[in-house]
Design a binder for this molecule. Structure first.
Ligand code: SF4
Length: 360
């Protein structure tokens, strides 16, 4: 059986500078983040107002690097605190932050967030969490679907960020997990991550009301996931969380039909099964998300990662309408059938106790 200590050490992100707005300094959580960053040697810049002045270089490559190395502490306005539905993952999206320090050449944030890719974390965490009870029982996914009713009302914290990547500096995820632990309700916080430093989460009083999923891809595709933790470390972290009594899951995403995918994903599933083997009272789910992109996200990603070998040429692709009236490129029907058949069969063999939540 794999021991957590057998896995590589997790990656810890340290930004080059932290900007904190005047309003964010009015919240103890915001001040604590700035203090933690300062103690870690990060340059802390107190902005005179609430406008973010980024002063990025003109050169596109250097501007990208500077933005990715910037953490801004701001206040989420009421419009950002209004929860949005987020099928098929969960009933509602709750944003503790926006942006991510990693460099994945398929990153879905390229199509969802505007402007330079800085990371913003919100100082008014208590205000963000305070709206959640109003949404209890009101979603359309786990609140309605009989197959997922056991999860209660679900709140997804990793739509616009990777919350674990920021946790050593922010503490926002730990605070949210503890908040759900105290909330005596049929509700669940969910987050998925490509990072692995779960040490601060292990001893929290989580009450079984947070599900962590490791977002994984085969080591052979690590070239598409710059700045993230090695996949073996992510699986080791997931095992540690399972041992700490958390419900856990695998987000296999994005599934990439690059040459050799069958053998690469077969090994990944076997490695996942080995990492979780023997875990007591394991509550394990699986989510399967195939690679997709839009014309807009491809343009952004090609400017950020001009040398990436990730195929976005349109080969083996089909156009699908989005629910917002746009178009996205997904794998064509034959590729989708081959992928889906493979994953369903392989998971049923290697991880028979896992519940498959959705395929998309
Ligand atoms: S870890 Fe997730 S959010 Fe961060 S760059 Fe990669 S895909 Fe984007």
């Amino acid at each position: 059986m794999a021991l957590a200590t057998d896995f590589p050490r997790p990656v810890v992100w340290r930004p080059r500078r932290l900007l904190i707005t005047r309003a964010a300094r009015g919240f103890a959580h915001g001040r604590a983040i700035a203090a933690r960053a300062g103690a870690a040697g990060v340059e802390v810049i107190e902005l005179p107002g609430d406008r973010l002045t980024l002063d990025l270089p003109d050169d596109q490559r250097r501007a990208y690097a500077a933005a990715k190395a910037t953490l801004a502490v701001t206040v989420a306005p009421p419009s950002k605190r209004r929860l949005q539905p987020i099928a098929p993952s969960a009933d509602w999206r709750v944003d503790l932050a926006e942006g991510c320090p990693a460099h994945c050449s398929y990153c879905y944030l390229a199509g969802s967030l505007q402007g330079p890719p800085i990371t913003r974390v919100y100082a008014n965490l208590e205000e963000i969490l305070a709206v959640l009870p109003d949404h209890l029982g009101r979603g359309t996914v786990t609140s309605r679907q009989r197959a997922r009713a056991g999860e209660g009302t679900t709140f997804e914290a990793s739509c616009y960020t990777d919350p674990l990547a920021l946790e050593p500096l922010t503490g926002s995820l730990s605070a949210a997990i503890a908040w759900f632990g105290r909330w005596q309700a049929e509700a669940q916080l969910r987050f998925t991550t490509k990072f692995a430093d779960v040490a601060p989460l292990l001893a929290l009083d989580h009450g079984g009301r947070t599900r962590m999923r490791a977002s994984i891809n085969p080591p052979a595709f690590a070239r598409f996931e710059g700045g993230t933790a090695p996949v073996a470390a992510r699986l080791g972290a997931l095992r540690q969380m399972a041992d700490a009594g958390y419900p856990v899951g695998l987000t296999i995403a994005p599934i990439i039909a690059a040459p050799g995918w069958e053998s690469a994903y077969g090994t990944l599933i076997d490695d996942s099964a080995a990492a979780l083997a023997g875990a007591r009272d394991l509550d394990l789910t699986v989510e399967l998300i195939t690679h997709r992109y839009t014309a807009a996200s491809r343009a952004v990603l090609e400017s950020w990662y001009p040398g990436s070998s990730l195929d976005m040429t349109g080969q083996d692709r089909a156009t699908k309408r989005t629910k917002f009236g746009g178009e996205k490129q997904v794998y064509d029907a034959a590729t989708m059938r081959a992928l889906r058949g493979f994953f369903e069969a392989r998971l049923a063999t290697a991880l028979p106790a896992a519940r498959l939540l959705y395929w998309t």
